[in-house]
Design a protein around this ligand. Structure first.
Ligand code: PLP
Length: 420
């Protein structure tokens, strides 16, 4: 049962102190976008900024722009903006490469530190349902270092923090369920077991308050194209706790991670601090567009910042759960996200035994865009920068109609696309 009405949602939107932030985005009128956890929406500033970089900085400035347009400093300058969102200190975080590649660098560094300090430790521990690329990178490094990758359920992690553990590698918010791993508590527990931690912030940076410094984490990486709205394939970021940043070279010792790239010496000398985590030439156009996305999140700072965004995100996900459970109870949707708001990221997942993919396709055909994660998860992301309460209501209304009409059973919704 629910007593909520569409009118209540309109009232909540009218009272929402973050409502103006939606104007920063270009969202098609006929779309309710619930997939910002996978690809954020287009900031209105992005197209003009990209055009400026292409026609002016590149077209007119040509190679001079490396010096005159600040191209070379983009990884650090944008990194400092991300640092504000994830509780890192200026100068500790750079934007570069992809999440997968950055994970390779920091996990390598963590393993080498562990092998130097505690050579007998031979286990990398992670969550079984961690994002596959994280597990593949860890498996590859485990092989390279003669170690074992152990995968357990989230609630089994504390029992596995033992004398064999080298590195605990986790994603702060699980991509399937949206369940939050307690970064501070798990980092403390890992450190008590003399192990290091590597955190992936792909589903938490820009989605909820993150405190890298306060949690004492050792290394972190994160994604630019999800809650940071940086555009498809936007560069990712990498952070190393300053106590570790200079202990080792990272393995992808490219020239832009060199202390003096333009000295063109034949031997490698790593740059100070996090800059050694850079590898090759920065993707200038992508970085410029990422900054537009990032600025949409930072625009919330005078309105209460990540705390205020988190409060709205939880109000949106609470409402979605309440409405789906009240109005679709006959249709076999099982909540797959934590009911406890403290344990829930900015998404809601429902499992459905059969036809989950087709139900999502039917929703997408109606302009309600979420996604599907095999074998049975319908995933709905609620980015509080641009999702309204009325969108929650209307999305559930569409879901009710898709189920009641049996529309989802249509043959055209059964065909799998390459990207789900
Ligand atoms: C989205 C995501 C990635 C993406 O990695 P890419 O290298 O950008 O493809 C990695 N890890 C997690 C946990 C993610 O959610």
């Amino acid at each position: 049962m629910t007593t909520l009405t569409r009118h209540d949602c309109e009232r909540l939107d009218a009272q929402d102190t973050l409502a103006t932030l939606r104007h920063q985005f270009s969202i098609p009128d006929d779309v309710i976008y619930l997939d910002g956890n996978s690809l954020g929406v287009l900031p209105v500033t992005a197209a003009a900024r990209a055009a400026q970089v292409v026609t002016q900085e590149w077209g007119v400035g040509l190679i001079r722009s490396w010096n005159t347009a600040g191209w070379m400093e983009l990884p650090q300058r944008i990194g400092n903006k991300i640092a504000r969102l994830v509780g890192a200190v200026e100068g500790e975080l750079v934007v570069t490469d992809s999440t997968s590649v950055n994970l390779f660098k920091v996990l390598s560094a963590a393993l080498r530190i562990s092998q130097a300090d505690a050579p007998k430790r031979d286990v990398i521990l992670s969550e079984r349902s961690n994002f596959p690329t994280d597990l593949y990178i860890a498996e590859s490094l485990a092989k390279q270092h003669g170690m074992t990758l152990e995968l357990v359920e989230a609630d089994e992690i504390p029992a596995h923090l033992n004398e064999r553990l080298a590195v605990l590698m986790l994603t702060q918010v699980n991509y399937r369920t949206g369940r939050v791993n307690d970064m501070s508590a798990l980092t403390k527990a890992a450190h008590q077991a003399d192990a290091l931690t590597v955190w992936d912030l792909a589903h938490s940076a820009g989605a909820l308050p993150v405190d890298l410094t306060g949690s004492g984490a050792d290394f972190a990486v994160g994604c630019g194209y999800k809650y940071l709205n940086g555009g498809p394939g936007a560069p990712a970021f990498v952070w190393a706790n300053p106590r570790h940043a200079e202990r080792f070279w990272q393995p992808l010792a490219g020239w832009l991670g060199h202390a003096a790239p333009f000295a063109f010496t034949s031997d490698y000398r790593p740059a100070a601090g996090i800059n050694r985590y850079l590898c090759g030439t920065p993707p200038v156009i992508s970085l410029a567009v990422l900054e537009c996305g990032l600025d949409t999140v930072l625009a919330a700072e005078p309105l209460g910042g990540m705390q205020a965004l988190r409060a709205k995100s939880l109000a949106l996900t609470e409402m979605f759960i309440e409405l789906v459970e009240a109005r679709c109870s006959a249709h076999g949707f099982e909540l797959a996200s934590p009911r406890d708001p403290a344990l829930r990221g900015s998404q809601v997942s429902f499992a459905r035994d059969i036809g989950g993919y087709a139900v999502m396709q039917a929703l997408i055909a109606r302009g309600v865009i979420g996604d599907f994660r095999a074998p049975d998860i319908l995933r709905f992301g609620f980015t509080p920068l641009y999702v309204r309460f009325i969108d929650v209501w209307d999305a559930v209304e569409h879901l009710v109609q898709v189920m009641q009409s049996g529309e989802w059973k249509h043959a055209r919704f059964q065909v799998r696309s390459a990207v789900t």
